[in-house]
Design a protein around this ligand. Structure first.
Ligand code: DIG
Ligand code: MN
Ligand code: MN
Length: 408
């Protein structure tokens, strides 16, 4: 009996282990993607040279595929060095496509590097120099062609150099107009080519420019409505960027999602009030990462779980793959925590106590009518009575923290 009990215990524990390790093993269907520039980051910073050898894009494809990723994303020059000839580009793209095929890896998103070359030092689409603005368009048209050739369905625009140190330098409304004209021009190009491609605008408040135009996802959501083809354009919110602006990342994501504009997302982590750290996902703000994962999974959001992050400068190549595996593993751990949260009777009990429904009242306030405003005026709400009851959020948050700490 003892042996059976002991063996039995081992069996239960054994299978729990097996189930958990399978649950935390990233698979292509999890749709994890990484930018080539993330695992390819050689660790250079403003105060130090690179610490790691440059990783070839085809090698990144192989290694990320082995780790269970779904695909990679890229800027044009992550794959094709600036100034390459057409012949050189063809050869590079051919090899890259072969690596993608060999590893069954996809390229769901592409973007243009409009920030590294000195020509963009005062901006690309918002440069004071019309030649630079036109060159940025030309470069983006060619980069869109490359992205579509590789299978991208989302095209991101991050205007890293669209900004200023000296506000005297530009006539403000011009920069908005120039940016709008560029996105309108490129949207027309996509339609003209018959490409199945949507745009996702990525905000950031500062860095590398002292101030970057349209600094938050909220600014971008408004800007999109001023475009000729707003239906083609959404946002690519990044955790670190909204956090740098002192904002709650999830709230921006919710607003973008609710308006049908969450086309892509950049997952990473960030300490508030720092330069853009692009930390491993979930390495800093566990609760914020948890509620973000819970939201994306509860909504069954179909987009890519894209990591725009990189390993610490302290790391060697193995550390880079530890970083990549950590991003995906933490996401999957938090996804299972979200399942536990949704199944936890005590937590769900507190939520249903708070998230009351009152169908007749909700009908009145949802649609204006003479009848509804009269009905509203006739109600004695007894606000002091309503105000007597608290919300038990201390208990709700404690239960959430305990769930995340693994004691529930
Ligand atoms: C930085 O957060 C930007 C660039 O890495 C890239 O243009 C974009 C794509 O996610 N994010
Ligand atoms: Mn960033
Ligand atoms: Mn990003």
């Amino acid at each position: 009996m003892f042996v059976l009990r002991c063996f039995g215990y081992l069996t239960v524990n054994y299978w729990e282990e097996i189930i958990m390790s399978n649950l935390l093993q990233p698979k292509p269907e999890d749709q994890f993607t990484f930018g080539l520039w993330t695992v390819g980051n050689p660790g250079r910073d403003p105060f130090g040279d690179q610490v790691r050898p440059i990783i070839k894009p085809t090698y990144s494809v192989q290694k990320l595929s082995q780790l269970g990723a779904y695909g990679v994303n890229l800027h044009d020059n992550d794959l094709v060095p600036f100034g390459s000839s057409a012949r050189e580009q063809d050869q590079i793209v051919k090899e890259f496509k072969q690596a993608l095929d060999d590893c069954n890896m996809k390229v769901p998103m592409a973007t243009t590097n409009l920030f590294f070359h000195p020509v963009f030092r005062d901006g690309a689409f918002t440069s004071n120099n019309p030649k630079v603005r036109a060159f940025a368009l030309q470069k983006t048209v060619r980069s869109i062609d490359l992205g579509v050739e590789l299978g991208a369905k989302i095209y991101v625009f991050w205007g890293g150099r669209e900004g200023a140190e000296v506000d005297a330098s530009k006539n403000g409304p011009d920069t908005v107009k120039w940016f709008r004209e560029s996105i309108n021009f490129l949207a027309e190009y996509v339609v003209d080519q018959g490409y199945d491609l949507k745009f996702a605008l990525e905000a950031k408040p500062n860095e590398p420019r002292a101030d970057i135009y349209m600094p938050t996802t909220g600014h971008m959501l408004h800007f999109i409505e001023t475009l000729d083809r707003p239906e083609m354009v959404g946002v690519n919110p990044e955790f670190a960027h909204e956090t740098m602006a002192g904002l709650n990342f999830l709230h921006g994501v919710i607003q973008a999602y609710e308006s049908g504009k969450l086309f892509h997302i950049d997952l990473n982590d960030q300490k508030m009030g720092r330069f853009d750290q692009d930390l491993r996902f979930g390495s800093e703000s566990i609760k914020a990462a948890f509620f973000l994962v819970k939201f994306l999974e509860d909504m069954q959001w179909p987009g890519m779980r894209h990591f725009d992050a990189h390993a610490y400068r302290t790391e060697d190549e193995q550390g880079v793959w530890d970083f990549a595996a950590g991003c995906m593993r933490t996401y999957l751990i938090l996804k299972d925590k979200a399942r536990q949260f949704n199944e936890d009777p005590e937590i769900q009990g507190l939520l249903s106590e708070n998230q009351q429904r009152d169908e007749s009242l909700e009908r009145i306030v949802a649609t204006y009518s003479n009848g509804n405003v009269e009905a509203l005026q006739a109600i004695d709400f007894q606000p002091d009575k309503i105000a007597e009851k608290g919300h038990s959020y201390e208990k709700l948050d404690q239960l959430t923290v305990e769930l995340l700490l693994g004691v529930r």
